[in-house]
Design a protein around this ligand. Structure first.
Ligand code: SAH
Length: 562
């Protein structure tokens, strides 16, 4: 199940929302902008937000009247597609009403939330009330074969038919079913491929693992073929298993995606059969269509089979404000098990759940941090390395790639590595000032920690000569007090004193400031290590804005040489 969204309209609901979050720690609290302070995320329009969440199949817990939720979603209810769980919860937590998503487990959620809030859930589903379980929504590890047939079956039971259970259905032991050994109706739990009989509820146990060779095109079809030959239902397939050397094999990942199952890895040993037997010791093995099929006596606990491919994402938080963080980065933070980075940025990326491990380090230990990230990811963990702004701009992405480039460890090479971009400080600052980077520009770090100062001087001279707008990162620090002054002297050789300069400090963070000064006025004392410096070109201009400040922009055209 996706992480639920808890949607609230007013400050008074935040406490109830936080209590519900104890039940779903990965849930995000969405608060109405201007009405709620302290939510995880802000939204503008209630109806649009609810509809967007619904379309993304996100479970919705709305703290408001059931009627408001119904009206907001009414237009979508005829649409085909996933129906996520939707619940209305009273603002004070005194009532929990499951509204939609019966087959997606809304009643299970309603009961769990009810228990957390200390109230009974308002369950209205007849089958569930009568039998104490939703027969059409078997627990994890089991899959219903045919929904329409299942609905008829439940109606028959409600009308008085007795039932008998064939196979192993441990979750039904607690249910109050009209059981009888002589019953005509059966609930059948098993792996075999066959249509459901009209008098049975057929539930597939996800007890099948298929061990596959890597790199064969059409692998998903081979697996389907193997299952068909073995007489096993595709819904019984719990996961694919492959040799750990093949962890980065794109065909394998495509096959698992196409089959909708997890992909696990183990040492190959003496071949597929030995690998499968080691991964599922109690399973019955057979070989079909080049695959080894293992059928276990109970659903496969995928997390305990072999290991998964580790992931390392190097992410950019943007300048600071949550609205300026890209959604892919938010999703990555939600799934991360380990978070590494400079303490300030790790804190900015939070809050984190108790199960997420934070590894805070000093800003200078970048290569060590990169190697630590690979060590964790190579163990199969989901690791995030955080940078501010964009991770590729004077930040961790290059350090992580350098660590990988310098390593011969095959386990590091197999890690699922991805770099997720962020809004860099120069872009965030430029946007606030207007469009100073509207024409060609040059980005430089003025730090001589990792490059010779002579190189910086030479580049400054050439970039200023080339009439590029200049964006300075790391302009000054306590250990580099004089460099900015020298840099400005070089720039002034080529630029007029009236050239506009933008100084953005802590942009997108609390207490942000934006100043526009002329190059002649600019003094190093106006700048610190949290400042972004944008020096205009010969065409950059400014004009008054209605709020008293100034717009700065560099036109897209350039004067042709006389
Ligand atoms: N990866 C970051 C840059 C890291 S270098 C990015 O893409 O933004 C650090 C420098 O970036 C700082 O010295 C400062 O010059 C600039 N900077 C970072 N965040 C900033 C912010 N919120 N406001 C202004 N400047 C910032």
């Amino acid at each position: 199940m996706q992480a639920p969204a808890i949607v609230i309209l007013g400050q008074g609901s935040l406490e109830t929302a936080r209590r519900i979050q104890q039940c779903y720690p990965e849930a995000t609290i969405h608060g109405l902008d201007g009405r709620v302070e302290g939510a995880d995320q802000l939204y503008q329009a209630f109806g649009d937000t609810l509809r967007a969440l619904y379309r993304q199949a996100t479970p919705i817990i709305a703290l408001c009247a059931a009627g408001i939720v119904i009206r907001s979603l009414a237009s979508l209810l005829d649409e085909k597609g996933a129906e996520p769980p939707v619940l209305a919860v009273a603002e004070d937590g005194s009532a929990v009403v499951p509204l939609l998503g019966g087959l997606a487990g809304v009643n299970v959620m309603a009961r769990a939330i009810g228990e957390t809030l200390g109230v009974a859930a308002a369950i209205t589903t007849s089958g569930e009330l009568r039998f104490g379980t939703c027969l059409l929504n078997p627990p994890q590890g089991y899959a219903l074969a045919d929904l329409e047939q299942g609905k008829r079956f439940v109606s028959d039971l409600l009308a008085g038919e007795a039932v008998r259970i064939e196979g192993d259905a441990p979750w039904l032991q607690q249910a109050s079913l009209p059981a009888s050994a002589a019953a005509r109706r059966t609930i059948h739990v098993g792996c075999e491929a066959r249509p459901a009989r009209h008098d049975e509820l057929l539930i597939h146990s996800r007890a099948v693992l298929v061990a596959v060779e890597s790199g064969t095109p059409g692998l998903a079809d081979s697996v389907r073929e193997a299952l068909r030959e073995a007489g096993l239902a595709q819904a019984s397939l719990a996961c694919l298993l492959a040799a750990e050397q093949a962890m980065a094999d794109a065909e394998l990942h495509a096959a698992a995606r196409s089959l909708g199952v997890a992909l696990r890895f183990a040492p190959l040993g003496n071949g597929l059969a030995e690998m499968a037997a080691a991964a599922l010791p109690l399973a019955r093995l057979s070989t079909q269509a080049g695959c080894v099929i293992a059928v276990a006596p109970a659903p496969v606990e995928v997390e305990r089979v072999g290991e998964r491919r580790g992931r390392l994402a190097v992410i950019g938080l943007g300048p600071g404000a949550a609205e300026l963080m890209v959604p892919a980065v938010k999703a990555e933070l939600a799934r991360a098990q380990d978070i590494l980075g400079y303490e300030t940025y790790v804190r900015m990326a939070g809050p984190f759940r108790d199960d997420q491990v934070q590894h805070c380090t000093d800003n200078r230990e970048e290569m060590q941090r990169a190697r630590h990230a690979f060590e964790l990811a190579a163990q199969g963990r989901s690791v995030v390395v955080v940078s501010s702004g964009d991770p590729g701009v004077f930040a961790m992405a290059a350090a992580v790639l350098e660590a990988l480039h310098g390593s011969s460890d095959p386990a590091w090479q197999r890690v699922d590595l991805e770099i997720l971009p962020g809004v860099s400080a120069s872009l965030a600052t430029a946007a606030q000032a207007g469009a100073p980077l509207g024409h060609d520009f040059c980005v430089m770090s003025l730090s001589d920690n990792l490059k010779p100062w002579a190189t910086i001087e030479q580049r400054l001279d050439l970039a200023a000569q080339a009439d590029l707008v200049l964006a300075f990162y790391n302009p000054i620090s306590r250990s580099r007090p004089w460099q900015l002054g020298v840099a400005l002297d070089i720039v002034r050789r080529h630029r007029d004193g009236q050239t506009p300069v933008v100084l953005g400090r802590d942009i997108g963070r609390p207490g942000q400031t934006l100043r526009v000064v002329s190059l002649a006025e600019l003094q190093p004392e106006m700048v610190d290590m949290r400042t972004m410096v944008l020096v205009g070109s010969s065409t950059t201009c400014t004009f008054a804005r209605a709020d008293g400040g100034r717009w700065v922009y560099t036109p897209r055209w350039y004067p042709t040489a006389p």
